[in-house]
Design a protein around this ligand. Structure first.
Ligand SMILES: [Zn+2]
Ligand SMILES: [Zn+2]
Length: 175
């Protein structure tokens, strides 16, 4: 894997590249809240570090690695909290996710906590207290086309007009 390390700060726009590849300056500058933080790029031109946040910007996050898995969920809770036909979550190791801003949470089932932005109500993330993982909603990322779901959960609740047989399907949760 090729890594490019870019550092910016107010005093000087310092850049250090270890491979001769540089990300466009405008891309770094456009990151707003996180523009002064370091950004790592790796892989086939796809940035490993990605950012996202809620609709109003009060909650922001940054991931420092690729997700462990990505899945669609048709369960009634995901339908309702997203106000959509399904939810899509990218699941990361807890240590690979940083948050900025305050969230509130409610208990959606035993160990599950659903966090949201208290200002705009956007879904922020989901976690199971017993597991070292964070589920980030795909639609909260700043970029599109980052991750593609590999499986679907709760297919017995899937809208009949959605495509079937596209990826691994589970009638309910993952076994
Ligand atoms: Zn918000
Ligand atoms: Zn669900």
């Amino acid at each position: 894997m090729t890594w490019v390390y870019i550092v910016t700060n107010r005093q000087a726009d310092r850049r250090a590249t270890f491979s001769g590849i540089q990300a466009p300056r405008s891309r770094v500058a456009a990151r707003g809240l996180l523009a002064e933080q370091s950004i790592l790029h790796g892989g086939r031109g796809m940035a490993t570090v990605q950012e996202g946040g809620c609709a109003c910007g009060a909650v922001r996050f940054r991931v420092g690695a690729a997700p462990r898995r990505v899945g669609m969920c048709h369960c009634m809770t995901c339908r309702r909290i997203h106000g959509s036909a399904f939810g899509v979550y990218a699941v990361f190791a807890r240590g690979d996710v940083e948050f900025f801003g305050r969230t509130e949470a409610w208990r959606s089932s035993g160990e599950a906590r659903r966090h949201f932005c208290p200002v705009c109500g956007s879904v922020a993330y989901m976690e199971y207290l017993a597991t070292p993982e964070i589920d980030l909603p795909l639609g909260a990322f700043d970029e599109t086309g980052l991750y593609e779901p590999g499986y679907e959960l709760w297919c017995r609740r899937r809208e009949p007009w959605l495509p079937q047989g596209v990826r691994t399907e589970f009638e309910e949760d993952r076994p």
